[in-house]
Design a protein around this ligand. Structure first.
Ligand code: MTE
Length: 361
């Protein structure tokens, strides 16, 4: 076992703070990702939180500011949501192959995992506090200490109030039926299904209702999508699109890149995920660069917010082959052909067709 009792085969992108995720062969076959395989994305260290003195502050545009202990939270109604968490930086490595992205983690396809979360719906806490007119965003602050550009501060971010009141957003204290573990945000984290992982703030200490989105670095600068001509030297931070709902995405988990497989019938397997409250409608696979497509079969349907696992059988001739996949969501949106078409200098939201190169023998 590695740090935090994670699986020894996790692909570790940074040892401290620990950042890593499961290779494709371990993601495959686990509809629910077990704790030891679940990816970790932390910008700072894991804070030590004393459960007895822990308080969740609820303030800003509320009728009654609250300071809730873990016992207070236990008395509120609970709910469970199965939701796939994907980092906005997942698949950055493919963008980096198009044009370098310095100072960011070179994630392959391992910054994604699926869990059953349970806890108190955020809307229950907001109902207890009372939403005041003018509130438009729910801002979250974590207890972890991060450093960017010489400043130390807590990680944070926000979501629109409509989403916060939707019922699916949880203040989770449990993951896969077990108490939430420190590296995933214990004692309490936000889970925002359908949004980029960054909004699911771990080690939650404060919820503030406000008129504007959070001015935390990770909302105001990072996790924004900039036009392709911007880089760190000429960036105008105001010009970035604030990431929220995730774009439709899909990945081939088997066969893996550079694998040798017998020529003939080859079973291709993978996952697809839509953002917001959209579902995955279809997944297509091609072995000739997108001239001809085979429609994949879904293995099961657990509804929106959850990846759909799929498989398709291709007939492949011997020699080198490139297999590509693309998904469609229920709004008929699909993925761009190449990572270069969506390249941005922070390397977020790569949802280009996923490609694996194999040799058929
Ligand atoms: N919350 C805090 N407090 N600090 C963080 O660094 N990382 C965010 C989000 N919440 C982060 C955080 C990002 S970018 C992602 S993708 C998810 O947590 C990852 O959650 P996980 O580590 O449980 O997989």
């Amino acid at each position: 076992m590695t740090q935090f009792d994670k699986h020894p085969d996790l692909i570790v992108r940074q040892p401290d703070p620990f950042n890593g995720g499961p290779p494709p062969n371990l993601l495959l076959g686990n509809f629910i990702t077990p704790y030891e395989l679940f990816f970790v994305r932390s910008h700072g260290g894991v804070p030590n939180v004393d459960r007895s003195s822990y308080r969740l502050t609820v303030d800003g545009l509320v009728e009654r500011p609250l300071s809730l202990s873990l016992d207070d939270l236990q008395r509120l109604p609970r709910a469970a949501v199965t939701a796939t968490l994907q980092c906005a930086g997942n698949r950055r490595q493919e963008m980096m192959a198009h044009k370098p992205i310095p100072d960011e983690l070179p994630w392959g396809t391992e910054a994604v995992s699926n869990a059953e979360w349970s806890g108190v719906p955020l809307r229950e806490v907001l109902a207890a506090a009372g939403v005041r007119p003018g509130a438009r965003h729910a801002a979250f602050t974590g207890l972890d200490d991060t450093e960017r550009h010489g400043h130390r501060f807590n990680f944070g971010g926000s979501i629109p109030l409509d989403k916060a009141l939707s019922g699916e957003v949880l203040l989770a204290d449990s993951m896969n039926g077990q108490p939430l573990q420190p590296v995933h945000g214990a004692p309490l984290r936000v889970v925002v299904p359908g949004y980029v992982g960054a909004r699911s703030v771990k080690w939650l200490s404060r919820i503030t209702l406000q008129e504007k989105p959070s001015d935390n670095y990770f909302q105001a600068r990072a996790y924004r999508l900039f036009p392709p001509h911007y880089d760190k030297d000429n960036v105008d931070w105001e010009k970035g699109l604030m990431l929220g709902e995730a774009p439709v995405n899909s990945v081939i988990l088997s066969p893996q890149e550079k694998a040798t497989v017998p020529a003939g019938k080859v079973t291709v397997r993978g996952w697809a995920l839509a953002g917001g409250s959209r579902g995955v409608a279809r997944v297509d696979i091609s072995a000739d660069g997108g001239e001809n497509w085979t429609v994949a079969d879904f293995i099961k349907d657990e509804g929106v917010f959850v990846w759909r696992l799929w498989e398709a059988v291709l007939d492949l001739a011997s020699g080198p082959q490139e297999i590509v996949c693309r998904a469609w969501d229920t709004a008929a949106q699909t993925q761009p052909e190449r990572a270069g078409q969506v390249w941005n200098f922070k390397g977020y939201a790569n949802n280009a067709w996923h490609r694996v190169r194999v040799t058929c023998a």
